[in-house]
Design a protein around this ligand. Sequence first.
Ligand code: AMP
Length: 412
Amino acid sequence: MPFSLLRLSPALVRAAHELGFITPTPIQAQAIPVVLRGADLLGSAQTGSGKTAAFALPLLQRLGQGPQHTPRRVRALVLVPTRELAAQVGEVIRSLAQHLPQPPKVAVVFGGVSINPQMMGLRGGADIVVATPGRLLDLIEHNALRLAGVEMLVLDEADRLLDLGFAEELNRVLWLLPPRRQNLFFSATFPPAVQALAQGMLREPVRIEVAAVPANEPAIAQRAIRVDDKRRTELLRHLIKESGWERVLVFVATRYAAEHVAWKLYKNGVFATPFHGDLSQGARKQVLQEFKDGQWDVVVTTDLASRGLDIAQLPVVVNYDLPRSAVDYVHRIGRTGRAGESGLAVTFVTAQAEAHFRLIEKRQNLSLPREQVPGFEPQEEPPEGAPGAGGVKGKRPSKKDKLRAKDLSLRA
Ligand code: AMP
């Protein structure tokens, strides 16, 4: 079914085609008619499913149907967890809007950079604002924008917003919105806190669920390789060389590890560079562009930086360190196999990490055979009676989780 059958305006269909979107993905085919008729939406969709265009296209069409206002007022608000995602969503909306007779003004605002240019950018108002919650509230406090005229609210990656400790900011934003509005709620997972948020926000929502790996999308092949802790970098180099991997995103647990692993690879002839929250916004942008341009073979990153990275043709993701939670595992492997591409996710499982990975598998209904690579057979035994090696993050955040969330929210 082509996009034109979804009752989208020719200007939007043309812009979608120019982005290479010829056939709607399953979430787009289901969500677009629902949003066009003004209903609330509860979308359960993984990253990479095409959900940005699923809300952006009908949102643009609906805003185009309303009266134009001068000065502009914010009519649609899109809340996202990270600056990378904010920038990316803003870009997609602008591209999709480019052929509209009166393209809306789209403002993208996020923390971690100076507030002044964003305040200048909001002069004269904006029709659509894409924002991380903390910076949005700062701008409201500075009287740079008002939310009283919002007709449509999109919460993108709601689970991640809560994971990053944005619950309080979200509630404050919700208070500032007019009660009569259309709500579009997207999340990859639905732990109780996300369900409660959805319930409090949505009015008789239409539920749309897209299977974790939609049948008509190529599956992400998942592999688990047992290896000793100290030999992981060497194994990574071996796999890159033997398998001819060209663009690899490697996940580690800390910023220090990102620097360390990237440097060890680089020293040994692999073009690798770190990507994490300590880098300036400019440096992050540059690394991303260079990775997209094929200048780096490997980018070594942390979970914080991983969200919203949309790199077409990212064939391989490696979990060098395990993710803390099953949710993070899903998001990490979702970096590969983006719409229309096939992908491979490889997880290194050390003896110490075995119990933790088993918990992640259990949460994901997964059971991956443990592979061994010749020459890298593990020598280490799992520690005696090892429990969950810290455990997968449960429903109640620990003190450490809260501190981490606070740290992340300051950065977002
Ligand atoms: P998203 O889940 O919105 O981040 O989209 C994931 C990827 O799929 C992005 O690289 C989009 O450019 C791409 N994409 C979205 N919709 C389509 C479509 N209908 N056809 C082909 N690619 C798409």
